[in-house]
Design a protein around this ligand. Structure first.
Ligand SMILES: C[S@@+](CC[C@H](N)C(=O)[O-])C[C@H]1O[C@@H](n2cnc3c(N)ncnc32)[C@H](O)[C@@H]1O
Length: 214
């Protein structure tokens, strides 16, 4: 089975328990960053791998139109329930981050959280985020990555194979370094939990870089 199909199935199965499964991590490291993530979204906004919609409560009126995509139909169902409960208008589509079903330069903000760790080809997804973002727009990432503190990075590396098998998630991906290596210019970067959780805003790639193969 292709890795993307495996991940879709895993998240369809996990959708009901996903929010609970984040547990302490959500309270300690992610929750406070989700508020800041929400505050960075503006204009026509696309959230890629929107999941169950845990960022939706932090969207502000600066978001003029919101669209979410995810691989998993069951996660999208949870996002729909949450958006409806919040009274937030939200277009949802089932789609792969590696091949987004939108025209070039469609959005002012393209955001993603806790998903570049799971998407099989994160470079391809980063290029897609860039492609659908307007040249004047911003890309916002909230991701867990390889920690800057050595002992935690070692622990992440030791636990990652288990996590990859269980939920397709790589604990120690160097996602921000990957973005830099692809040519993204980072505007701002903040971190928590010894560098293991990062909130980053960056500009879309200049057109000549975006056309180089992933
Ligand atoms: C750990 S969850 C994060 C959900 C949400 N963004 C959050 O912050 O809670 C990872 C999500 O990425 C989605 N996903 C994984 N691979 C994907 C892909 N290639 N395209 C779109 N969504 C994907 C999964 O279905 C799942 O909803």
């Amino acid at each position: 089975m292709a890795e993307t199909d495996r991940i879709r199935r895993l998240y369809d199965e996990r959708a009901e328990s996903y929010d609970r499964s984040l547990g302490l991590m959500e309270r300690v490291a992610l929750g406070p960053f989700r508020r800041e993530f929400g505050a960075l979204l503006e204009g026509e906004t696309l959230e890629v791998a929107v999941g169950s919609g845990l960022n939706l409560p932090y969207y502000t009126p600066r978001v003029t139109h919101a669209t979410g995509v995810d691989l998993s139909g069951e996660m999208l169902r949870k996002a729909r329930e949450r958006a409806d409960a919040l009274g937030l208008p939200l277009d949802l589509r089932q789609a792969d981050a590696e091949a987004l079903p939108f025209a070039d330069a469609s959005f002012d903000t393209v955001a993603i959280s806790l998903a570049l760790c799971t998407i099989p080809n994160p470079a391809k997804a980063l290029r897609e985020l860039s492609r659908v973002c307007r040249p004047t727009g911003r890309i916002v990432l909230l991701e867990h990555v390889r920690a800057t503190a050595g002992p935690l990075a070692l622990l992440q590396r030791a636990l990652s194979p288990l996590n990859e098998r269980a939920i397709g998630c790589h604990l120690a991906r160097e996602t921000i370094e990957l973005a830099r290596s692809l040519g993204f210019e980072i505007d701002a970067e903040r971190s928590r939990l010894l560098g293991a959780v990062r909130l980053v805003t960056m500009r879309p790639l200049a057109p000549q870089r975006a056309t180089l193969g992933a």
